[in-house]
Every structure is written in structure tokens, then in C-alpha cells.
Design a protein around this ligand. Structure first.
Ligand code: ADP
Ligand code: MG
Length: 496
């Protein structure tokens, strides 16, 4: 066995051990193909349109007719630069296109133009929360390449056809270090990456149409052992399948090892119908592709001014926006990250704060009640039945003591279901105004104290639970209209 570590192993030195599954540590690294949202192909002027008639979106360059030459699409490069800036990576001032040689019917040139030794984007990281734990997954690189065509197998007539519409579609392949330690972390990474590319608008993120395809490299090892042999699950095109496929793969690998079989490096496919992964081919090594610099394309030169121009034109990034929410609104890191899940969510939050001036309450309501409704109905925030202005009004009424939190939830219900439209009108119609008359409240408290002598005695003997029981009784007697904080204060002073 070789003593030298490969670069992936070197990068894992000193990282803490992840959670164990049946005594094994899980190691996951991702390769993601994000289709760039340009109008034309990466090396030709042919259009990119999903779902067009076969072979109507490919020109002589994409068909690899003799005598044609590729010309770099500036828009594709610009999107790669944007991505590099978004993940805090180094944008290479000079990168090289290479030919990756292999034979396949949907690859008429006999090679794919990609980047190999010197990619355009180097390093960087993707940060996200897993529960309330902050994770950082390091990126190795992101490189530009062209997509291949598609083979269509028409089983019922026993023939296959080739559609070259997709040939030459610009892709950014984003490669991570094997930094992920669980299925949940891998899916959270993929979601975060999806958020970044759609937020900056370099990719439409449509997973069903293949605009964002993830390959998950999975291996397992005993804690402290060298990295295990990986199997690569190709083309995961939904977060749900991603989770199922990786979970299955982990179980399968552990079973193999426990049964005394070695894992062989392979490329596998996930079958959503069976929920299983199956090897489709033994994995090629890069040597099999005979990479060499493409003599048809000059080095890709990116001047610092270009990078700066792109930087100055980019909208605020999710990470920067989250930092601003922490600095300006005093939100916890977790809230700020959750609220910057999408541009629309962040805009909603900012509109609520503008309407009520209560950032933490706004955050609690959006992450709580609003998100719960949206999730239950599978809606995005743009479809929220309660507008930001109305939620802001509702929060204002909590903050100024007009209604309790409980009452506010009832008002929210009415607003969401369309039963009421105006916050103040709903409060009046339902009689939810808090009891602000301390005389009336004191009378209720006195009655409850008189009727619950044993609770009072227990409280005086040092039992805090008894105090809460009394508060509950008082809230009930006031039909929920008493201000809980006021009840607390009055009760405490009355009990001495
Ligand atoms: P290839 O294109 O041949 O799959 P790359 O070097 O481009 O190779 O990508 C390898 C991917 O596999 C990276 O995402 C890396 O993090 C991941 N990886 C490497 N070694 C392991 C391992 N032992 N277990 C899990 N993932 C790994
Ligand atoms: Mg790979």
C-alpha cells in the first residue's frame, strides 16, 4: 500500500471525527454541475432552450463539423467570476481549457472541452447551518466546461436517438473537499449551494430540467483510518432522492465491509423506484481521459479590473446580508441565516421590520408561524396569505401591549384564512384586546389566590411550579386577555 496521501486525504488531516453510523464515519464530497443561465452556448452562438425539438438548438460548432472553431462566451466567464466572488474563492487571472477525451455517441467531437489543471475558480467555501451548528464546506475548485448531447432510448421501437441540443451548454462544475460527515450535512450543503447560484442568478436552479445536478462521492471508514474507497452517485436531481440515495449507499457500504467484502471504486446510479443505488461502470481515473490543453482555445485571461467590475455590479450576497441583519438588527446568527434562505424571504423580513420596527419579533413570527403555514401548504414566501405590512401591523399591536402573543396567533389565523383583513378590526371583532385595567385584573388575582390556598402554600414553601399554576388560573379567568407579564408582576407582589 502506498504511503503517500492524495490531496483529498491531506486536506482531511486534523478534522474532527463526524457522527458514527454502526461504528463507521461517513465521508462525502460533492461535484455539482450548474447550468449557466446564458442565452447561447459556451463556445458557439446557438441558443439554449430546454424542451425544444431535437437537434434544433445545435450549430456546426456544437455538431463538431470539421473546420469549426470554438469561441469563448464572455457571459459564461462572467458568471464563473460571480460565483467565485460569492464563495470567497480566488478567481484565476489565467486558466486553461483542456480536452477530456472519451468516446460516446452523444459527444461528436470525441472530447469534451473542460478545465483540468488550472480552473477558473480556486478554493472558497460554502457555509450553512445544520440545526444550530455552523458548518463550512471547503471548495476545491469550480471550472467551466461544455455539456454533452443526450442519447434517447426509445425502448418500444428498440432504437436510440441522439439529441445534440444540449451539446455545448455552459456548465460550472463545483467540486468540494470531502468535508461532509452525514447525509443531512450533504443535503444542507446542496441546498445552500443551490441558494447561492440562484441568488446571484447564474443558474435557474431547475433540478427536474437538469440545470442543477449533483454527484455525491460517498465512502465510510473506521474513525482514524485512512479515507475509504468512494463510490460516486451520479446525477441526483432532487433533494429528496439525494437523501435517500446517500442513506442507502452508506448502509450498503457498511454491510459490504461487515461481510468482509472490499468496496470497489465505481460510478453508481440511484433508482428512485427501488430506492437503491447500482453500479453502472467501474470508475475511470483521470489518466483514462488523456487530458491535454485544447489548442483551439487561448488561455482564459481575466484582468483584475474585470473582477472588480463584476464585484461592483453584484447584488448583496446572502452571507453579507445575514451579517448585516446581525449588525443592524441585533439578530442571532441563526435567525439571520434562516431569513436569508432566499431573496424573497429576506425582502419579506425587511418589509415587516420597516412596518413595525421590531426585528426579533419579526424574525420569530416569520421563522415560526409564517414558515409553518407556508411549509404546510408547500408555498413560497411570495405566496404568503399575510402580507409583510399586515404582519408588521400585528407585531406592532403585540409590542404596544394591545394583544397578547396568544391573541396574536388568533388574529394571524383570521388573517391567513381570509376571515379578516384588518388587524385592528379583527382584534375588536374577536374581543382580543388585553386587559389593561389593573383594577379588574387585581380583582381576578385576589379571587384566584383565595380559591387556591394549597397552591399558594406550596409556592411559599418554595415550589415554583405552584406559581405557574396560579398564573395559568388567572389567565384562564381573564379569558386570556390579561397581560402575562403584568399578571406575573402583580401576583409576585401580592404573594410577597
Ligand atoms: P472525479 O471527477 O474523478 O470524480 P474529482 O477529483 O473531480 O474526481 O472529484 C472527486 C470528488 O470526490 C470530490 O468531490 C472529493 O471531495 C470527493 N472525494 C475524494 N475522495 C473521497 C473519499 N475517500 N470519500 C468521499 N469522497 C471523496
Ligand atoms: Mg467525479
Amino acid at each position: 500500500m502506498s504511503e503517500t496521501l492524495n490531496p483529498f486525504e491531506r486536506a482531511q488531516a486534523g478534522r474532527p471525527t463526524g457522527p458514527l453510523v454502526h461504528g463507521y464515519e461517513v465521508i462525502i464530497g460533492f461535484e455539482t454541475h450548474a447550468q449557466l443561465s446564458t442565452r447561447s452556448k459556451i463556445f458557439s452562438r446557438a441558443p439554449i432552450a430546454f424542451g425544444a425539438e431535437p437537434n434544433t438548438q445545435a450549430c456546426a460548432v456544437d455538431l463538431a463539423l470539421p473546420g469549426t472553431l470554438p469561441v469563448m462566451n464572455r457571459g459564461a466567464v462572467e458568471r464563473a467570476i460571480e460565483f467565485g466572488l460569492a464563495v470567497g474563492a480566488h478567481v484565476a487571472p489565467r486558466s486553461i481549457f483542456a480536452r477530456k477525451n472519451y468516446f460516446y455517441p452523444d459527444l461528436p467531437k470525441g472530447y469534451q472541452i473542460s478545465q483540468f489543471e488550472i480552473p477558473v475558480v480556486q478554493g472558497g467555501s460554502v457555509e450553512f447551518f445544520l440545526g444550530d451548528e455552523k458548518k463550512s464546506v471547503r471548495l476545491v475548485r469550480a471550472h467551466l466546461e461544455e455539456d454533452a448531447g443526450k442519447s434517447l432510448h426509445e425502448d418500444f421501437i428498440g432504437q436510440s436517438g441522439i439529441d445534440l441540443n444540449r451539446a455545448g451548454t455552459p456548465l460550472l462544475e463545483i467540486v468540494t473537499e470531502p468535508d461532509m460527515r452525514s447525509t443531512a450535512e450533504a443535503v444542507a450543503y446542496a441546498r445552500e449551494l443551490h441558494k447561492i447560484v440562484t441568488w446571484i442568478g447564474i443558474c435557474d436552479g431547475n433540478m427536474q430540467e437538469g440545470s442543477f445536478r449533483c454527484d455525491a462521492n460517498v465512502s465510510v471508514r473506521k474513525p482514524g483510518a485512512p479515507l475509504g474507497t468512494r463510490r460516486e452517485i451520479k446525477n441526483l436531481n432532487s433533494f429528496k432522492f439525494m437523501q435517500q440515495a446517500i442513506d442507502y449507499e452508506i448502509r450498503w457500504q457498511i454491510e459490504q465491509i461487515e461481510d468482509g467484502r472490499a468496496i470497489e471504486q465505481a460510478t453508481v446510479l440511484f433508482n428512485p423506484d427501488t430506492g437503491e443505488t447500482r453500479a453502472m461502470r467501474a470508475k475511470e481515473d483521470s489518466a483514462d481521459y488523456r487530458y491535454f490543453p485544447d489548442p483551439d482555445l487561448p488561455p482564459l485571461v481575466i484582468a483584475p479590473e474585470w473582477v472588480e467590475r463584476v464585484r461592483s455590479q453584484m447584488a448583496e450576497l446572502p452571507r453579507a446580508m445575514a451579517a448585516r441583519f446581525v449588525a443592524d438588527h441585533g439578530l442571532p446568527d441563526y435567525d439571520a441565516t434562516t431569513l436569508t434562505q432566499s431573496k424573497a424571504m429576506a425582502a419579506y423580513f425587511e418589509a415587516v421590520v420597516a412596518a413595525c420596527g421590531q426585528p426579533k419579533l419579526a424574525s420569530n413570527w416569520i421563522m415560526g408561524e409564517v414558515s409553518r403555514r407556508l411549509n404546510a401548504q408547500d408555498l413560497s414566501i411570495e405566496r404568503s396569505a399575510v402580507s409583510a405590512e399586515r404582519l408588521g401591523r400585528l407585531i406592532t399591536r403585540i409590542a404596544d401591549g394591545t394583544i397578547s402573543n396568544n391573541a396574536a396567533r388568533q388574529v394571524f389565523d383570521a388573517l391567513w384564512s381570509g376571515e379578516g383583513a384588518d388587524v385592528d378590526a379583527v382584534i375588536e371583532a374577536k374581543g382580543l384586546r388585553q386587559m389593561n385595567d389593573s383594577g379588574a385584573l387585581e380583582a381576578i388575582i385576589d379571587e384566584v389566590i383565595a380559591a387556591n390556598a394549597d397552591n399558594v402554600a406550596q409556592f411559599k414553601a418554595g415550589k415554583d411550579k405552584a406559581f405557574n399554576a396560579l398564573v395559568g388560573q388567572i389567565m384562564k379567568a381573564s379569558k386570556g386577555k390579561a397581560n402575562p407579564q403584568q399578571v406575573n408582576e402583580l401576583l409576585r407582589s401580592k404573594l410577597g
